[in-house]
Design a protein around this ligand. Sequence first.
Ligand code: B12
Ligand code: SF4
Ligand code: SF4
Length: 342
Amino acid sequence: MSNLENISSLLTENGFSHHGFTELTKPLSIDKYSEWIDKNYYGNMEYLKDHLPIKENPKQISSTLNSAIVITQKYFPNPKPHGLFQHLNIAEYAKNYDYHHWLKKELSELTQKLQELYPSEEFLCYTDSGPILERDLAYRAGLGWIGKNSCLIDKKEGSLFFIAEILTSLKFSISISPSPDHCGKCNLCVEACPTDALLGDKTMDATKCISYLTIENKKPANKKLRSQIGDLMFGCDICQTVCPWNQKIIKSELITNPTKKTTKQETTEELRQILTSSNSQLSKKIKLTPLNRAGAKGLKKNALVVAANIKAKDLASEIRPYTQHETLSELAEWALSEIENS
Ligand code: B12
Ligand code: SF4
Ligand code: SF4
C-alpha cells in the first residue's frame, strides 16, 4: 500500500470518509484574497490582513512541510449539540459544542496515530485555527467547488460541514481533478441574502454579513442592517439553506427528525434570560460553545436587535436598563422605539 492509500484507510476508519490530499503550494485564489483585503471587506477582522503573507506561502508555517491532508466534518445534523437556547435562531454549526475543541481533539488523536506510523515526519493539525486559506485548500484537495455563497460545496455532502487539515512533511504522488462548478445559472443564495452581502463573484462584503455582525463585530450594526438581521441571534445560514445542494440534505433530515415550531413567547423568554443574566452568569453558560466567541456582551447586543425586530413588547422593562449601558445605550433606545412604535 502507498502512503496515500494507507492514510486514506486510516481517515475512513476514523470517520473522515470525505477527505483529500494536496500539495502545500500557493493558494489558487490568493490574488482574489489580496484584492478582498484591499477593498476592506474584512471589517475589523484584522488578523485576516495580518495573515496574508503566510496564507500566500504556507511553507512559512514550517519550511519542512510539503502536503496537506484535508478532511470535512458535518455539523448538520448536529453531531455534538449543547442544547442551549433552543428557541432562538442560532446557526447550525453553533448549536454544537465549540468545534475548535472537539474536532481539534479528534484531529490531534489522528495526528498522533500518523506520527506513530511515520515517526520521522512532521504533522500539524488545524481547523479554523491557523493562517490557512481553508476553502482553497479543500478545493485543491478535490473536496468540492466554491459556490456563489463563497462556501465549499460537494454534490453529495452539501456545504454544512467544517474544513480541517493536517499539514505534513510527507510527499504524496497526487493527481486530483478539482470538482467542477455546479452552481450553473443558479443565483438563489445571492438573491436570498437579506443584506446583499454576496458580491456574485464567490466572495462577500463581510461587513454586511449577518454572521460577521452577530459574531465578530462587537459594535452594534448600523440601523439599516439592524432591521435586516431579523430574528437571527447568532450566525446566519440563509445562503446555505436555500442552496439546492443542501436542500436535499435538510429535507431528508426534517423527514426523519421533524422540528417543533417555536412560539414567540418561547423566543421572548430566552431573550429575557439573556438580558437579565449577569455577564459572568452568561459567560459560564456559553463557555464551551461557539457563542463564547461573541461573549456575554455580544449576546446581549444581539438580543436587543432580535427583541426589536420581533417587536417583543413584553421585554420593554428588561431593555430599559440598557439605555444607561456603557456601550449599548443607543442600541437599547433604538430597540425601545422600534417596539413602542409597532
Ligand atoms: C473570516 C471567516 C468568516 C467571515 C468571512 C466569510 C467569507 N466568506 O469571507 C464571516 C464571519 C462572515 C464568516 C461566516 C461564515 N463562516 Co467562516 N470563516 C472565516 C475564516 C476564518 C477565513 C475566511 C476568509 O479568509 N475569508 C476571506 C474570503 C475572501 O476568503 P474565503 O471565504 O476563503 O473565500 C475564498 C474563496 O471564495 C475563493 N474563491 C473564489 N473564487 C474561487 C475560485 C476557485 C477555483 C478557488 C479555489 C477559490 C475561489 O477566494 C476567496 C479568497 O481566497 C475561515 C477559516 C479559514 N482559515 O479559512 C472560516 C470558514 C470559511 N467559515 C466557515 C463557516 C462554517 C462559516 C459560516 C457558515 C458560519 C455561520 N453559519 O455563520 C458562515 C458562512 C458565511 C458565508 N457565506 O461564507 C467554514 C466554511 C466551510 C465551508 N463548507 O465552506 C470555514 C472554512 C471554517 C472551517 N474551518 O470550517 N466566516
Ligand atoms: S451568511 Fe447570511 S448575511 Fe452572510 S452572506 Fe450568507 S445570507 Fe448573507
Ligand atoms: S444557491 Fe445556487 S448559486 Fe448559490 S451556492 Fe448554491 S448552487 Fe451555487
